[in-house]
Design a protein around this ligand. Structure first.
Ligand code: TYD
Length: 418
């Protein structure tokens, strides 16, 4: 944790956050620091750790982590995550905004609210189009970055109370959007309540998050970290919002974050439910997302992935090869800590985000260096922590391959490229 006071209180859940049913972890990733807790050497001694362990609720089928640091420990004045760090994400959010404008937005002075609007990466397109909008963003530094771009932003956590305040000031919303935000919010009941208040009768909530189906299929266990309280499925989303007079009316798979799902939710009975919903629910049943055995197999798959990756890294270390990490992602914290990757295996991690550079990675304490450190002295192997951007990265790193460099990836399986 950086900058904010040390908060040692964690929320250890033994009951499902959604339905209250008893839940128990089906595996553990062990002692884990905050995924975005990049830190200096002086801060090592105060580093925050908690147990990262996922559970699956057999009653409402919501996948969640059991223990979670207090939100104030994660999203604060020096939160290191800015959305505008990748070109493909900027393109994705522009497409998301334009799709909403073209297909979902009414013509009568519409009002769009975005939850967790970060640095305005999506909302700026609504702002540019002259559409009434408001971003809700709890991290002060990130909210300020959005305002600097002309995106109206309120620094707050969203819930029923904030919804009432927004309504009093601006009226109800035609669209509420969120991207990679809903899965961060432990008290989803309050969010669903807020959405049910804030939406116009025919309004829509449109949000997307990493998709449980992809995590299970690809063993992408690194989507599980402190900020991701939930990894959703269509099954769980239908249940979560269904309890608040809302229903799932469409789902649209996305390529982002290594496999995401966009969920479209409206008031019950106000919209035709698209065929995509029944198709996703059937697919999830076939995949076994409602059965404990699936998660038992997932645990075994995680262990095999970890063992394979460490065998490769230990081999490289024994051969004296230089290995550099590519992308100091939040996800990489789960990987380094769960697998036991140290600076002995990975010399440094290259990352383009200024706030991460010059610090060390959480837990493993691998130095984070600017991109130049990678480009000016290519290693033998680049461990692709930012695997969700593989296409973009491979395309721009021709030079590394041409110089004989190899990529080491671990999703969906551990392998070298070429
Ligand atoms: P992100 O995709 O947001 O993953 P997570 O949600 O797990 O944090 O993070 C990508 C990180 O990788 C971000 O810190 C920027 C960095 N990055 C690079 O350093 N170079 C690149 O070419 C790309 C695409 C990303």
């Amino acid at each position: 944790m950086i900058g904010a006071p040390m908060i040692k209180v964690a929320n250890i859940m033994t009951n499902c956050r959604i339905c209250g049913n008893k839940i128990d972890k089906f595996m553990t990733f062990g002692r884990m620091p905050l995924a975005n807790g990049f830190l200096t050497e002086a801060q090592f001694k105060d580093e925050y750790f908690f147990e990262l362990a996922p559970a699956f609720c057999e009653s409402c089928h919501t996948f969640q982590i059991v223990d979670q640091p207090a939100p104030e420990a994660m999203f604060h004045g020096e939160y290191a995550f800015f959305s505008q760090t990748s070109r493909s994400m900027a393109v994705h959010f522009e497409a998301f905004a334009k799709d909403t404008m073209a297909r979902r937005l009414g013509p009568q002075d519409p009002f769009v609210v975005e939850l967790g609007s970060n640095d305005g990466i999506m909302l700026r397109h609504f702002a540019k189009a002259g559409i009434r909008h408001l971003g809700i963003e709890p991290s002060a530094n990130v909210a300020e970055a959005a305002r600097a771009q002309g995106v109206n932003t309120r620094c707050a956590f969203f819930g029923a109370e904030t919804a009432r305040e927004i309504m009093a000031e601006h009226g109800q919303a035609d669209i509420i959007q969120a991207a990679n935000v809903m899965c961060h919010i432990p008290d989803l009941k309050s969010v669903a309540e807020g959405v049910a208040l804030l939406l116009k009768p025919d309004g829509l909530l449109i949000f997307e998050d990493p998709y449980l189906g992809d995590v299970i299929r690809k063993t992408s266990y690194d989507q599980i970290y402190d900020e991701h309280v939930y990894v959703f499925s269509a099954m769980s989303v239908a249940r979560i919002f269904g309890a608040h007079g809302l229903e799932l009316v469409a789902v649209e798979p996305q390529k982002t974050h290594g496999g995401s799902m966009r969920y479209v939710v409206g008031r019950k009975g106000r919209h035709a439910v698209e065929a995509s919903v029944a198709a996703a629910l059937a697919d999830e049943k076939a995949l076994g997302l409602d059965r404990p055995e699936t998660y038992d197999q997932f645990r075994r798959d995680c262990e095999a992935s970890r063992d394979g990756l460490m065998a490769a890294l230990n081999d490289l270390a024994a051969q004296g090869k230089r290995v550099v990490g590519y992308g100091a992602t939040s996800k990489s914290t789960t990987v380094t800590q769960y697998c036991g990757i140290t600076p002995r295996h990975v010399e440094f991690i290259s990352d383009t985000t200024p706030t991460k550079q010059g610090k060390c990675s959480p837990g493993a304490h691998i130095p984070v260096k600017p991109y130049d450190a990678f480009a000016s002295n290519y290693p033998d192997v680049a461990l692709l922590f930012a695997w969700n951007h593989a296409e973009e990265i491979f395309a721009k790193e021709d030079g590394f391959r041409a110089a004989g460099g190899r990529w080491l990836v671990y999703v969906p399986e551990v392998k070298f490229i070429p």
